[in-house]
Design a protein around this ligand. Structure first.
Ligand SMILES: *[C@@H]1O[C@H](CO)[C@@H](O)[C@H](O)[C@H]1NC(C)=O
Ligand SMILES: *[C@@H]1O[C@H](CO)[C@@H](O)[C@H](O)[C@H]1NC(C)=O
Ligand SMILES: *[C@@H]1O[C@H](CO)[C@@H](O)[C@H](O)[C@H]1NC(C)=O
Ligand SMILES: *[C@@H]1O[C@H](CO)[C@@H](O)[C@H](O)[C@H]1NC(C)=O
Ligand SMILES: *[C@@H]1O[C@H](CO)[C@@H](O)[C@H](O)[C@H]1NC(C)=O
Ligand SMILES: *[C@@H]1O[C@H](CO)[C@@H](O)[C@H](O)[C@H]1NC(C)=O
Length: 425
């Protein structure tokens, strides 16, 4: 019941307030809405709680703070408003851990692969957008022998951080290979609940990390890994024949991933969509090499398949995004944030894969309008946003996750207009 109690407090703030209107064709209106929602999000920041964390019930929601910072990172990049930059940098530095891979001692023993990757997405975005780096450190943990470290670069630049995390996932993949013919387990610590589950948020996260590194570095090793994770995911049925992304499969007691849990969540679909978009762009960029134009076609059709499935499953007929749990208002603390991933990564997909742009832009515009109407313009310019974007008003359920989601979908309108860094079409 904890999340519910939190929601009640937020409702009290919002009910007295008028809805946030956003004119989706007017940059100043979008920016104003994003600014108010970001302020409402930032109101959850508690500098006295565990370093770099937003106020969340502990310990399960560390990953959500990672997604929240990704929202504020996108906000900073897209609006040029730097008021959150110093706290953002401090949070990323504090959670980086001694090996510069987002495995901090404070999260030891319960951090899972998916928790880690939601912080790593910050490094990937910062890398792609050439965001200022953290103060340079020569080597992780004073260790000069790691593969990505050499004398001419910082071991904690965004690319190095992303590579360290990639190496973690690749190493764990090898350790996990005795069941299901591959696939990452949800947990990387055997004692944890989830050690016997190979799931989409984890493998989609590894897939996306490899694909984004491939496009950014043009190093074929990453592309080969992304292809491998995709092939495994499709082979086991986490990505099914209709491009629907299923939640996971168990590997306990010889189950060998033969029983797929068919549950669908928007962030799982989004993780694979965004990775596929990056692979499409990677093959586009390297189109002078053998096979890459056919690979480009293969990945474009996968992007299309994933997008069409997401459109059917996570959008109303009017084109407003929703999570399946909204049907019976059962969305939990984690689930209220999932639409942030779908909005964030659909916008990036539209920029990376031009043939999807028009469809995605239309869906994000209707969704952003609905999300803004679900926010109350709070005191001090802090907008508080609800869960459902389909009601034309505030639905009474507000928490950190609903705020992250609303920020992402409004920012998506700005992201659609920004050029993809490093891509020349
Ligand atoms: C949105 O902004 C555009 C451009 O200024 C304007 O033409 C249009 O009337 C506005 N729409 C609404 C509903 O206010
Ligand atoms: C608005 O949010 C800021 C942080 O972004 C916080 O300091 C302030 O107290 C909030 N104001 C109200 C009235 O909640
Ligand atoms: C942010 O700054 C960049 C570089 O000066 C500029 O190209 C861009 O238009 C600005 N974006 C906004 C939303 O002001
Ligand atoms: C240094 O890094 C290498 C390669 O990742 C690792 O094998 C070794 O254990 C590390 N040494 C220390 C002291 O952390
Ligand atoms: C386990 O599942 C993998 C992936 O579907 C398959 O390749 C392998 O043959 C299976 N092994 C056994 C022993 O069933
Ligand atoms: C490509 O990336 C892999 C994995 O990080 C690395 O081992 C390899 O040295 C890289 N190749 C080049 C040419 O940079």
């Amino acid at each position: 019941m904890k999340p519910f109690m939190k929601a009640v407090a937020a409702v009290a703030l919002a009910t007295a307030c008028t809805a946030l209107e956003v004119n989706t064709t007017l940059d100043s209106s979008i920016k104003n809405a994003a600014s108010q929602i970001a302020k409402g999000l930032y109101a959850y920041h508690n500098p006295s709680a565990t370093t770099g964390q937003f106020d969340q019930p502990k310990p399960w929601y560390w990953w959500l703070s990672g997604s929240g910072w990704n929202g504020l990172l996108d906000y900073t990049i897209l609006t040029n408003d730097t008021k959150y930059t110093s706290d953002l940098m401090a949070a990323l530095a504090d959670n980086l851990g001694p090996n510069f891979d987002f495995v901090p001692p404070a999260q030891a023993n319960w951090e899972a692969n998916d928790d880690q990757v939601y912080w790593v997405y910050n490094a990937l975005t910062a890398m792609e957008q050439k965001f200022p780096t953290l103060p340079c450190q020569a080597s992780p943990n004073g260790n000069t022998s790691t593969t990505v470290t050499n004398s001419s670069r910082c071991a904690n630049d965004w690319e190095a951080i992303s590579m360290h995390a990639f190496e973690d996932f690749a190493t764990r993949w090898a350790l996990d290979a005795t069941t299901c013919n591959g696939g990452l387990k949800w947990q990387y610590t055997p004692a944890n609940n989830g050690w016997t589950y190979k799931n989409a948020v984890t493998n989609g996260g590894f897939f996306q990390t490899a694909a984004r590194l491939a496009r950014h570095t043009r190093n074929a090793t990453y592309a080969a890994w992304a292809e491998r994770v995709w092939d495994w995911s499709a082979g086991v049925g986490l990505v099914d024949a209709g491009f629907r992304v299923r939640d996971g499969a168990g590997d306990a007691d010889g189950a060998n991933c033969s029983q797929v849990n068919p549950a669908q969540y928007s962030y799982n679909a989004a993780a694979y969509l965004h990775g596929a978009a990056h692979l499409y762009a990677y093959y586009h960029q390297t189109s002078n090499s053998n096979n890459s134009s056919s690979s480009q076609g293969v990945w474009e059709s996968r992007v299309r398949g994933l997008l069409d499935a997401a459109k059917q499953d996570f959008f109303t007929g009017d084109g407003v995004m929703y999570e399946l749990c909204e049907r019976d208002t059962s969305c939990t603390t984690d689930q209220t944030s999932f639409k942030a991933s779908l909005a964030r990564w659909m916008a990036s997909t539209a920029v990376l894969v031009p043939s999807t742009r028009e469809d995605i832009a239309a869906l994000l515009r209707t969704s952003a309008r609905g999300a803004a109407l679900g926010c109350g313009e709070g005191r001090g310019g802090n907008a508080t946003c609800g869960m459902q974007w389909t009601t034309g008003g505030f639905d009474g359920q507000a928490d950190f996750g609903t705020q992250v989601s609303a920020l992402a979908v409004v920012l998506a309108l700005m992201a659609l207009k920004a050029p993809a860094p490093g891509v020349v079409w």
